[in-house]
Design a protein around this ligand. Structure first.
Ligand SMILES: [Zn+2]
Ligand SMILES: [Zn+2]
Length: 134
């Protein structure tokens, strides 16, 4: 009898811990997670690849973890020539931004899309050289 009670208490405790793990985490870091995005890009200033999390509300260029300059742009995939590239930033607003329709720096095609490493339909045949900076 007392053994059953002990088991019951244990089961309740286990449930409580499980609930804490599920709801506690969602409450604390869940909101954080929703506002962060993984960027697979490159820094045009120091030419290093950058894979890091940034706030999803921020727009490129992102601050570079290597050289601290705001020169990290996401990489794109060219469907035409299958190269991964960083488009030449649009400077018409005074601040370098990702162009409305990113143009492949290798073949000049605008048939491009965001680059997601490991995505099966994107099999890169190489990387185009990074555009000059600044
Ligand atoms: Zn850098
Ligand atoms: Zn191309």
């Amino acid at each position: 009898m007392s053994r059953n009670v002990a088991l019951g208490v244990f089961a309740l405790l286990a449930l409580g811990v499980a609930a804490f793990l599920v709801f506690g985490r969602r409450g604390s870091s869940g909101a954080d997670f929703a506002t962060r995005v993984m960027i697979n890009g490159a820094c045009l200033a120091c030419k290093k690849d950058v894979s890091a999390e940034f706030k999803s509300l921020d727009i490129a260029p992102y601050p570079c973890p290597h050289c601290r300059q705001s020169a990290v742009f996401p990489k794109f995939f060219c469907v035409s020539c299958k190269r991964v590239f960083v488009p030449v930033p649009d400077r018409s607003s005074g601040t370098p931004r990702i162009p409305q329709s990113p143009r492949c720096t290798a073949c000049k095609s605008t048939y491009t899309q965001g680059y997601y490493p490991g995505l099966e339909i994107q099999q890169p045949k190489g990387e185009a050289p990074l555009p000059p900076w600044p």
